[in-house]
Design a protein around this ligand. Structure first.
Ligand code: AVJ
Length: 318
């Protein structure tokens, strides 16, 4: 079953608001959620298989090693997954919780109705005893639509929390804590601070897949808002912000140019070399994470990393 709290019209309104705000700002920016149309989602899947992109592999290794332990500790009855996408790593958790015998329901929440419908259909076939209840919604403002239940485990994997700036993270975690009862669980995937010589190539791969993924946001704006971005007139930039400990992805205008966004009746000027920021991907350290969780009312119970210490999965309790 699929429950829809976000329709095409809501999404269109959000896109218009984001593009109007971001392209009128100095410096210019666009939120990363607009990367993910069908092509962008495919490019992201390609990224997860790149030799340079360690987060997906590292997180999968942690979950494979710890899923049974997570099931034994939480004995969760419902697994909620935020930003579930293809739900591939989730199967590790579902299998462990089903073996443990506690799990009755899986609630994937995602903004993409098509991706979610596909995931729900596949899971319903593969897990006939499980109640699969998809929620189409925005994880930052539709958490109230997570169905009631007791002993729920909310998984937010992939390191996507790193796309939020610290103030947004605090608001998100506090909002999540507010919908959970005391004792319920959060399983959080976070990329870790490490040598930028490892991080930067993960966001600037030799094959140029991340560059295509980054530029895809311009194609999305062109297609959805009748704009005329010249995609080839921008270059992909990934830079490590050492102070904030986050990666910034930008699109740099190679020449001075004007872009017309017809549906917004907006004309935007770019200077030669001007950057448009398209994503931040924050990297974490255990102490900072523990502090952020505590500030939102969560207690860190376990912090697991892969053998190389690249990525972490944290189990926290409300
Ligand atoms: C899906 C948000 C976790 O930040 O690493 C991959 C997206 N951006 N390469 C990340 C992404 C560039 C990814 N997240």
């Amino acid at each position: 079953m699929l429950e829809i709290h976000l329709d095409e019209q809501d999404i269109d309104r959000q896109l218009r608001a984001d593009v109007t705000l971001g392209l009128s700002a100095t410096p210019k920016w666009l939120p990363p959620k607009w990367f993910y149309d069908a092509r962008g989602s495919e490019l992201f899947e390609d990224i997860t298989r790149l030799p340079e992109y360690y987060p997906t592999r590292s997180e999968r290794a942690i979950l494979a090693a710890r899923a049974a332990e997570i099931a034994a500790i939480t004995e969760a009855k419902t697994l909620v997954e935020l930003g579930s996408g293809s739900s591939e790593k989730t199967r590790l958790l579902l299998d462990a919780l089903l073996s443990r015998g506690t799990l009755g329901a899986f609630v994937p929440l995602d903004v993409s109705r098509t991706a979610l419908a596909e995931a729900v259909a596949g899971l319903t076939t593969d897990y006939p005893t499980l109640s699969v209840h998809g929620v189409v919604g925005d994880m930052t403002d539709d958490l109230r639509h997570i169905p009631d239940g007791d002993n729920r485990l909310v998984a937010f994997l992939g390191g996507t929390i790193g796309n939020l700036i610290p103030a947004e993270r605090a608001a998100f975690l506090t909002g999540l804590r507010a919908v959970l009862g005391e004792g319920e669980w959060l399983l959080l995937g976070t990329d870790l601070v490490k040598d930028p010589a490892i991080i930067v190539p993960a966001y600037d791969d030799a094959a140029g897949v991340t560059a295509e993924f980054n530029k895809n946001v311009l194609r999305v704006v062109n297609a959805r808002l009748d704009a005329d971005f010249d995609v080839d007139a921008f270059t992909h930039v990934a830079l490590w912000n050492a102070e904030e400990e986050w990666i910034e992805m930008r699109l740099r205008a190679t020449t001075a140019q004007q872009v017309r966004i017809n549906d917004l009746d907006l004309t935007v000027d770019f200077a030669a070399g001007e950057d448009l920021r398209t994503e931040i991907s924050a990297k974490f350290r255990r102490p900072g994470l523990e502090t952020e969780l505590a500030a939102a009312g969560f207690t860190l119970r376990h912090f697991w990393t892969d053998p190389q210490g690249l990525f972490a999965v944290t189990l926290a309790q409300a």
